[in-house]
Structure formats: C-alpha cells, structure tokens
Design a protein around this ligand. Sequence first.
Ligand code: ADP
Ligand code: TRP
Length: 320
Amino acid sequence: MRILSGIQPSGALHLGNYFGMMKPSIELQEQGEAFYFIADYHSMTSLFDAEQRRRNTHEVALDFLACGLDPKRAVFFRQSDVPEVCELTWILGTLTPMGLLERCHSFKDKAARGIPVNSGLFTYPVLMAADILIYDSNVVPVGQDQKQHVEVTRDIAIKFNQAYGDTFVIPEPRIRGDVAKVPGIDGEKMSKSYGNTIEIFGSEKTLRKKVMSIKMDSRPPEEPKPDADQNLAVQLLRVINPEAGATFEEQLRTGGLGYGDLKKRLFEAYWEYFAKAREKRAELEANPDYVNQVLADGAAKARTKARDVLQRARKACGLE
Ligand code: ADP
Ligand code: TRP
C-alpha cells in the first residue's frame, strides 16, 4: 500500500494540521510505503516571498520530523525536487473539465473572501492530482477540507484511464472522523488563513496567552453547564487528550469548574503533549545538514518512482 500526503509551507503548523493530517500520516507510516512531501509549488499560489518560502519549507521539515515522521520508514521530500509533476499536471489538465474546478470549495472560498485568484490557484487541484497519481498512491490521509480535492483526483484518473487505457491507480482519501475539523480559538475551523491557530511549536508565553484568550460566556463557575460539550476548550482538550476532555466536560456540566481553570488545564495538556517533540525539534534545529540530507535522499527516491509513472502516462497518451 502506498500512502501519500503533502502540506504547504505557507506558515507555522498548528493543531489542526497536526491532528488532521500529520498525526494520522505518522501513524500510517508503519502500515505501508509512505511518501510525504512539502508542497512548495502549491504555496506559490498564495505566498509571494521567496525567502519566506525557503524558511517555511525548512520549518515544516523540522516540525514534521520533530513530530515523529521517520525518514527510515517514510520517503520525505520537497515537491519541487520532482519537477515531473508539472508535466503530469499539464497532461491531466487537458482532461479536466472547467466545471469540475469551478465547483472546488477551496478556490470558491478564497474568491469569496476577495483574495485575487490567479490561474495557479484555480488549477491547484490538478497539480494535487498529479502529486497523488505520479506515485501510484492508494491512500491519502488529509483533513476534511481536502476531501474534495482527492475526489477530483479520482475523477481525473478515471477519465484518463477511460481515454487512454488503464494507467493510474485510483486513490482513496483517509479522513479521521474525530479530528476532521479541529476548531480554532474563535470556534471556526483552525486555519493559518483565519488567524485563529494554536501552533505546535513556539514560545510558551505567546502560546499560553493564545490559549487563555479563548472567549467564554459570562456564566459563573458554580452554574451547571448542560451544553459543556459545545465548550471550545473542552473540544480542544478532547482532541489532545480524550480522557482529560471527558473529565473536564463532566465537571463543567455539573458546575464548579471555572473557565480560567479549564483553559489552564487545556494549556498544560497541550504543552505536555508536545514536550518530547519540542526537544527533538531543538536537536534538529542545530543540525540543518541532517535535515537537508533527509530531503535530498527522499527526493531521489520519489523522483525514481515519478519518472516511471510519468513515462507510463506519456506512452499511454501517445507522447512516446
Ligand atoms: P490551513 O487551513 O491552516 O492553511 P492547510 O490547508 O495547509 O491548512 O492544511 C494542511 C493539512 O492539514 C490538510 O490535510 C488539512 O486538511 C489539514 N488541516 C488543516 N486545518 C485543519 C483543521 N482545523 N482540522 C483538521 N485538519 C486540518
Ligand atoms: N492541498 C494540500 C493542502 O493544502 C496540500 C497538498 C498538495 C496535498 N498536494 C497534495 C495533500 C497531495 C495530499 C495529497 O493541505
């Protein structure tokens, strides 16, 4: 089984990224041949600062390795080190109906928020399809918001196979229901673009402040809260530590637990959860050569596979 996923270097990674995509991916690396990459080509649709992209790419590599991606088990690489995906993107684009892309939420949401839409952003799902298909991927672990893109990939692959004969493996999204949509500190989906994130790594002071800034209602501690399951701190705690989440939800429901205390518990659970990863990250930070070598080795392996599949596709459609 080939498992594949990618993440954009568009900013510091947060709890939504971790529980929605990174943790499931890291767990899956035990179960098959995993390919994970940093989607720097994709980041070009919304980030226009070269130095920032370089820095973010390195940071994402540190974050992912610190959180447990094991380069001995998984192939870890930078998307742009395999430029073959760009050729496959062109080939797939010729079989992609405009209507299919026009229906994609990610592009519609950005357009609706007044973000200027470049053609790269519009055809983003075709590049994502090429990422997935070029490695014969079977399973794609992602958060809920990426499900539609994997479905688009399936449609494109089926179309290609019908037009030119059986060429591509049809992939499946793998979405963990319990953490498909981790809420941010404002209750909306946690996302870099909404400014509502709790980062995986950062200074204790800043992160504590963020957690303590989660808005609560004005009911006093002693008042029982029958809607305790709707409480944002409880929801986040449930994601980080389900047992603690259940305990504090119950205390809130019965009455007697103040919101300040609850947020403190949330911060402690979160800080404790990433303690080992923080240590690992500090080690990696001091060793950039190692990190670069991991990405270079990963790129070489990924590229060998990509060349193979691209050649299969080129032959199928009459380019060779
Ligand atoms: P962002 O919305 O912060 O820009 P990305 O779009 O880069 O995040 O997402 C990277 C991965 O993390 C994707 O697989 C996405 O589905 C997952 N992800 C992002 N935010 C969340 C969230 N709040 N809950 C669950 N998964 C998420
Ligand atoms: N679009 C994904 C995101 O923003 C990143 C990505 C690019 C990806 N190519 C992929 C994810 C292929 C899974 C498979 O999160």
